[in-house]
Design a binder for this molecule. Structure first.
Ligand code: FEC
Length: 310
């Protein structure tokens, strides 16, 4: 018998093989192929992290982990489907599969905690276009204050801070703790987009849970487009630290839940090298990747979403 509720779990997507990098980039650019120069630069970034991104592997693990957590709570009630924004399996294909599974209700979850008209909204609009209007659909729009996620981040910060202070010999006061998320074009601000506020709320909740007295926010991985992106950029913030009497930075990429290009390159290579050149101690927190406690929290949120819409 089919599971009564289909859960479409969505993530950004990554090229499955090097030959797919160009079509992936073209898809991200809304069908406009990149210049040779931009393509070479992107290939170079994938090369620098070992050829390809581990994002797909982590996303699959996350969907399996959430399915297991749902099965442990309500056996046979939920069937999960993995769909991606920019790569196979595209979320439209997975939404159609869900529609044909016999489910009588659908729930959508994006594996990114913060809502924006230019991030989560785009996933959900594409799902809604694909699902038949007769299938009841609930979109989980954000989960930036999910308790299991906040406590996970707080623990990671305390753990990484302890290691960094021990290794570098700097003091707690000399260390800047910086929460980051993917930047977006600044035009989102004109429409009162909740994205920057939600990142701040995540940071405030984590700071409270971890007992942090000072911390800041920065944006990372801004795209290579002509329009302005929201700032300050993490690299800019790092450059200012020595002038503020700081000797180290601990980055918590709270807008992401897996290791992928924007973490492994933009933070672990680019930001880390800049920090080294500025004489700053540097570390970043470990992402949830395969953390079952985060999966449990997400599963409970999915169950809650079903009951809230009955
Ligand atoms: O590991 C991988 O292979 C994929 C890493 C990856 C993740 C990711 C997440 C987000 N993005 C968001 C917004 C934008 C906007 C644009 C944009 C462009 C790129 C490019 C690459 C890329 N993104 Fe991405 N993003 C990842 C990778 N992203 C590569 C192209 C690089 C360039 O030209 O500089 C600009 C295009 C546009 O206008 O649409 C905007 C947001 C997230 C976090 C939320 C989510 O996961 O959905 C927001 C992972």
């Amino acid at each position: 018998t089919p599971a009564p509720v289909g859960v479409l779990i969505m993530a950004y997507g990554t090229p499955a093989k090097s030959e797919d990098i160009e079509s992936y980039y073209t898809h991200i650019r809304h069908g406009h192929p990149p210049t040779e120069e931009l393509l070479a630069e992107l290939r170079g970034r994938y090369q620098a992290i070992g050829g390809l991104s581990p994002l797909l592997k982590h996303t699959r693990t996350q969907v399996e982990g959430i399915q297991a957590a749902l099965d442990a709570r309500m056996p046979g009630h939920y069937q999960t489907f993995l769909g991606m924004k920019h790569a196979d399996p595209f979320l439209e294909a997975s939404a159609s599969e869900l529609a044909h599974s016999g489910a009588n209700q659908a729930i959508g979850l994006v594996l990114a905690p913060h809502y924006s008209s230019m991030s989560v909204a785009q996933y959900m609009q594409r799902v809604q276009k694909t699902l038949p209007a007769s299938l009841h659909f609930t979109a989980i729009e954000s989960w930036h204050l999910l308790l299991g996620y906040i406590t996970y981040l707080a623990e990671q910060i305390l753990h990484t801070r302890e290691r960094l202070l021990k290794e570098s010999g700097i003091t707690e006061e000399q260390l800047e703790i910086i929460f980051t998320a993917h930047s977006l074009p600044a035009r989102i601000l004109a429409n009162n987009d909740p994205y920057p506020r939600q990142l701040r709320e995540t940071a405030e909740a984590v700071a409270r849970a971890a007992g942090l007295t000072h911390w800041s926010i920065a944006w990372q991985s801004a795209g290579r487009t002509a329009d302005p992106w929201i700032g300050p950029d993490i690299l800019e913030v790092l450059r200012e630290l020595p002038h503020k009497g700081k000797a180290g930075a601990l980055v918590c990429p709270a807008g992401f839940v897996s290791d992928h290009l924007e973490v492994l390159y933009d933070l672990d290579i680019e930001a880390s090298q800049l920090a080294a050149s500025l004489g700053l101690a540097f570390a970043r927190t470990i992402l949830p990747n395969d953390n079952q406690r985060v999966f449990d929290a997400l599963a409970e949120m999915i169950i809650q979403a079903e009951y809230e819409t009955l």
